[in-house]
Design a protein around this ligand. Sequence first.
Ligand code: NAD
Ligand code: UDX
Length: 458
Amino acid sequence: MADKKHILCIGAGYVGGPTMAMIAAKCPDYTVTVADINEERIAAWNSDTLPIYEPGLDALVKQCRGKNLFFTADAISAIRDAYIIFVSVNTPTKRFGTGAGKAANLQYWERCARIIAENADGPRIVVEKSTLPVRAAEMIHKILQANSNGFEFHVLSNPEFLAEGTAIKDLENPDRVLIGSMRTPDGHEAMQTLVDIYARWVPREKILTTNVWSSEMSKLIANAMLAQRISSMNSVSALCERTGADVREVSRAVGMDSRIGAKFLRPGVGFGGSCFKKDILNLVYLCETYNLPEVAAYWEQVVKMNEYQERRFAERIVRSMFNTISGKNITMFGFAFKADTGDTRESPAIYIAKMLLEENANLTIYDPKALENAKKDLDGYENVRFCNDPYEAAKDAHAVAVVTEWQEFAEYDYRKIFSLMAKPAFIFDGRNILDHNALFELGFEVYPLGCQELTHLK
Ligand code: NAD
Ligand code: UDX
């Protein structure tokens, strides 16, 4: 018989690993097992070098691992032992067949549902932790029941809102925990089981319970609206560069309206990460499926604006450097999709690097945590080197482009960097984290994002 105080999570990725480590830390009387088909990843979770970098994660894992937190490649035994089964496998954009390029690929999820149904020896609570299309729970429930040995499965939706780089902080003190359940007595009981777990550390008023479809929908809409704010400010940044307005000032002035709020109004080189684009396209596909083309087009524009912003940044580099970067050395500061992570999934840096390489530039890439992933992303490209030291990376560069908002980039000795670079020395601050006036005084040609350049070349 499964232990009601044993939790299994299938999928030991950016969400499964940190989320389960937090639950294990907050619920020492529960056993938490995290399973993955990727044996290398499991070995890393069991080692001193965890497979993902996340501030605070090492300490949390060390605190619980081997006590009530276990990582295994054997999901099947754990399915027999655990009563509550989270599934946090990847749900990437489908690349083939119907819905290719937009719909979520649910094949990994479906495989998990079948394995759970075939191996469970009694009823189970199955929790959607991955981000899924609306009404996925219906499909999952059908697959579970069709393959079960006569036992009942209760499907809950419990989407995760953590952001990478702040995952531990977000898990420890979430804005809200969302749990969607079927509106039946059994569904209610399953929901209460999950509420009781989160209530160990999350104030009850922050635990929101809804119907399953609202929960699934809310996750997609939260990501779409966050991305929409960024795309809105990125569109304004283009207009600011033409008009003489400064997007930082506009962002501040607009964000001080308490109805709008100041967060997520930072323009940049575009949003990256494994979620925003995928989830918006998933939403677009959903709208198309329900024959709502106007609604689909509205949300798709958020992604199109993002692609425009990435392209615009690369084009500004070429245009400013006398319309050619062929044979010139360009150093990219940053490759991760945001600061404090080594993750490069959908990083704007990938698209920008490829555009610069297509213009025959020689690229040097420095990133404090993402170099290994950068090497994989640019595998097969020539004229690119990866450097562990920012000063060495800047040596002989015609331009430095800041692509990720790592705090350390603002703290470098730019007098030294200027002296190492070819002249005129260009700097493109795609994240507006540098002191532009100070750089101009040092002699740089400075291109902040969303306002006019500071140049000695007029
Ligand atoms: P990930 O790719 O880092 O991890 C997914 C893991 O699932 C992989 O290690 C993979 O090997 C494993 N897996 C796939 N099929 C499996 C199977 N049949 N059995 C066992 N393991 C299997 O993905 P992630 O970033 O953790 O995201 C997981 C889900 O959470 C996605 O739906 C994503 O949209 C959502 N999400 C992600 C974030 C984020 O910041 N990364 C935040 C919120 C929600
Ligand atoms: C996002 C959501 O924030 C999180 O709630 C969800 O669970 C997963 O997707 P994540 O992608 O990890 O999290 O990071 P986030 O902080 O949202 O940043 C996404 C991208 O937007 C990054 O490339 C970041 O640099 C960019 N961004 C963010 C901006 O360009 N401007 C901003 O103002 C904020």
